[in-house]
Design a protein around this ligand. Structure first.
Ligand SMILES: Cc1cc2nc3c(=O)[nH]c(=O)nc-3n(C[C@H](O)[C@H](O)[C@H](O)COP(=O)(O)OP(=O)(O)OC[C@H]3O[C@@H](n4cnc5c(N)ncnc54)[C@H](O)[C@@H]3O)c2cc1C
Length: 724
């Protein structure tokens, strides 16, 4: 623990000298407060134990053991730990701050990938905890100093309690779960032993129970919710099972740390095995739609053309898909334009316009005057203007039509039975098995829909005996990198980085829509202090704190790449995800091209300082006395220096909020997981209903695409149910 204390206090040190320079007491306290004094170190230790991959955990464990000794410190830190006084070498915790800082900086830029990874993991966890944690009163000692405020959710007294969804909602963790299911009219099974199937190694208990329905939907996110609503509205008995919890608007905390812990996979700390990509995915009722940023772009034409050329003209080439997109947009209340654009979007629009880059509006599933900035933690806005997540739309429709929605219910397996002779599929889906406390809980169904998202559907299929080699392959993630610009003058571009509509402007200048279709778009993200600190380069403790003071006036532009590269998803026997995503050469090139445009746009918008998030942390400071020509010349030199090094080892953090394609749809079972109806090639009656079926990356934010595919998949499921 001493080693972790020392590393955390190097990343976030106490700086009394800096504090005395400040006249403002909040700032003085902020500079004085170290990581260990703020009490976060045990929580950082908890994150390391809970969320690191096996490789990362082993590495950290060995490194910490070594750093507690002189010899180990010498081996990991080299001459940086040598002092002039006997015994000349000290273990890491006994070194003075300056030396510890130098060691961490060396690791961050090391040629040894493992040292870079060590730095990256501990930096991310420490800074995220320090800036996102809140006490019982919802306060964080850093927020006042950095100018960050969390609003209260707007509550309307006229809102009916409970809502239609809440009336059909049941929590699998509640003691009265079984009786609530009966109260809601679920048909209880007399016996469940016929569902204890070939892949379930656990033993039965007398308490096991089950229910029966037409369709069980696993996962309540963008895809699953649409299928549940459409089938329930056609009179089928539908049960939706969601492993996450339900957070009504009146129960939202809006605090970054607690919200991410409650609503995101692994609290937002899910990474690939090598730590190069951080993956964000919602795990709450409504899935990604509950935490996403409301961008509602339709599937671009060139993407539909590509999918049609893959033999899927039946799905994407005709009017059916266009009608599905219209229906989805209508149900979500998608609208163009916004009443008042946020600071970050103004910067993007202004910079692109100045440079002559294309810039367009992003339609949103929210009112034009929606500008809460907190959609990433569930949207707190008033009913009339709030984001239309699956909980506000499809799941309400499903519940109104009689579906039962279960939260806190992680499905372990899809139950299948062998079927002889007819057809190409040798198994038939019979439902699912899950857990409710001590007991096993089964749902017997005519059709089973796996809609756990592109990261969790493949492991579910594998646990259920799926043998298709394409399960979990071809994962696209829309890798994202970012550039930042500091705009101190509020009179020119008012507002701050964390409030207002999150995404309302975008540029397709580097998207290559007219040629290959595989390029990058520029957008703006939702940033709050914890995530901002994780992404910002760390050069020293004092510099990191000074950077945080600029947080509200720093605009971030993200570069979102339509990737050709493909990752894989698997699971350890203990149920931990194993993710691999190598960034391919052409994606790197496209991200570099997009980043160059983002930096140029930030400078053109009037930023006084601009930089990337790469570890070197180089900054382009605009000298106000420069002529425009001089500025361009200096900018060229800067870009040449930084862009070439962007992807050296783990230099630049890569983020993914869009995962797709890991159980892709296709016309040939030798290279896809589901057929054009989204039914599994292996198991009859098992459909996949989420982003994993996308044949290739959507190229734009994928919610509308996923929901539109799910919309027409529901029609096909209804047809298949009618034919049985
Ligand atoms: C921070 C963020 C911002 C985003 N912003 C946008 C945006 O502005 N516009 C846009 O178009 N897209 C956006 N996206 C992406 C979009 O929300 C997702 O691509 C989309 O929701 C994925 O839909 P899905 O149905 O594939 O999976 P999800 O919506 O992720 O739903 C899967 C659900 O299944 C549940 N689940 C998983 N395993 C199990 C199991 N074994 N048993 C039971 N339940 C299980 C999960 O908890 C989850 O709720 C964003 C995503 C994130 C994370």
């Amino acid at each position: 623990m001493k080693v972790l204390d020392a590393i955390c206090d190097t990343l976030v040190p106490s700086l009394p000298v800096e504090a005395s320079k400040q006249d403002n007491s909040a700032k003085a306290k902020f500079f004085e407060l170290s990581a260990s004094e703020s009490g976060i170190v045990p929580e950082v230790a908890g994150m390391i134990c809970a969320w690191t991959t096996a490789q990362q955990y082993f590495l950290i464990y060995i490194a910490f053991l070594m750093l507690s000794t002189r010899l180990g410190t010498l081996l990991l830190a080299g001459f940086s730990c040598v002092t002039t006084e006997f015994p000349f070498v000290q273990p890491f915790p006994l070194l003075e701050l300056g030396k510890r800082e130098k060691i961490l900086l060396n690791w961050s830029r090391s040629i040894f990938h493992k040292l870079q990874m060590l730095f990256k993991v501990v930096k991310c966890y420490t800074l995220f905890k320090f800036y996102s944690r809140a006490d019982k009163k919802g306060r964080n000692p850093a927020w006042k100093a950095i100018g960050y405020e969390v609003p209260e959710p707007v509550l309307e007294h006229e809102e009916p309690l409970p809502s239609p969804l809440e009336r059909r909602l049941v929590d699998a963790k509640a003691p009265d779960f079984q009786s609530r299911l009966a109260e809601l009219g679920c048909a209880m099974l007399d016996k469940v032993d016929h569902l204890e199937e070939r892949n379930d190694p656990s033993t039965a208990s007398g308490k096991d129970f089950g229910i029966k329905c037409d369709v069980v939907v696993v996962g309540s996110g963008s895809g699953g919710s649409v299928i549940a609503a459409r089938l329930a509205q056609q009179g089928f008995k539908v049960v939706v099972l969601e492993k996450g919890g339900y957070f009504p608007r009146r129960g939202l905390s809006l605090l970054e740390g607690p919200s991410m812990k409650a609503m995101y996979e692994q609290s937002g700390a899910l990474t690939t095995e090598d730590g190069s990509v951080i993956l964000l995915a919602g795990t709450t009722l409504g899935g990604g739609s509950a935490v996403n940023w409301a961008a509602s772009l339709k599937t671009p034409k060139h993407v539909l053309d590509e999918w049609t050329s893959l033999g899927l003209e039946n799905r994407f080439g005709g009017p059916e898909y266009q009608h599905a997109m219209e229906a989805v947009c209508q149900r979500l209340g998608v609208q163009d334009g916004c009443t008042e654009e946020s600071f970050q979007n103004r910067v993007l629009r202004r910079g692109c316009t100045e440079k002559g880059y294309s810039v367009g509006d992003i339609p949103r599933n929210a009112a034009r005057d929606h500008g809460c900035g907190f959609c990433g933690f569930g949207c707190p806005a008033a009913a009339a203007v709030r984001k239309q997540s699956a909980c506000d739309t499809w799941l309400c429709d499903a519940a109104t039509a009689g579906a039962v929605v279960v939260t806190g219910c992680r499905v372990d397996r899809i139950v299948t039975a062998p079927q002889g002779g007819q057809g190409e599929r040798s198994y038939r889906a019979r439902g699912i098995s899950s857990r409710a406390g001590e007991a096993r809980f089964y749902v017997e169904s005519r059709v089973t829909v796996a809609a756990c998202g592109a990261l969790f559907t493949p492991p579910l299929l594998r646990r259920s005996g799926g043998r298709n080699p394409h399960i979990g392959r071809h994962l696209s993630v829309h890798p994202v990198v970012a550039a930042w610009g500091y705009f101190p003058r509020e009179d020119i571009l008012p507002g701050n980085s964390y409030t207002g509509g999150i995404m309302t402007a975008f540029s397709s200048e580097a998207a290559r829509w007219d040629t290959t279709g595989y390029g990058s778009i520029l957008e703006t993200p939702c940033v709050h202090p914890g995530n901002y600190a994780v992404l910002a380069p760390w050069r020293s403790g004092v510099d990191a704190k000074r950077q945080m003071l600029r947080f509200p006036r720093t605009a971030t532009i993200i570069v979102l790449n339509r990737d050709r590269g493909r990752g894989t998803v698997d699971e350890t026997p203990g149920g931990k995800l194993i993710l691999d995503y190598p960034l391919c050469f052409s994606d790197r090139e496209s991200l570099v091209e997009g980043t160059e445009l983002a930096v140029r746009a930030l400078v053109a918008a009037g930023a006084e300082a601009v930089g990337l998030h790469s570890v070197a942390g180089e900054i382009f400071s605009v000298d106000q006395s420069w002529t425009p020509l001089q500025r361009e010349k200096e900018l060229e030199i800067f870009l040449k220096r930084v862009l070439g090094r962007m992807f050296q080892r783990l230099s630049t953090p890569i983020i993914s909020a869009h995962q797709m394609g890991s159980c892709r749809m296709g016309t040939d079972q030798r290279c896809s997981v589901v057929d054009p109806n989204c039914e599994s090639w292996e198991v009859e009656g098992l459909f996949v209903g989420d982003g994993s079926v996308l044949p290739t990356a959507s190229g734009v934010n994928p919610m509308i695409t996923i929901q539109s595919i799910a919309h027409s998949t529901a029609t096909r499921i209804a047809r298949s149910l009618a034919a049985r």
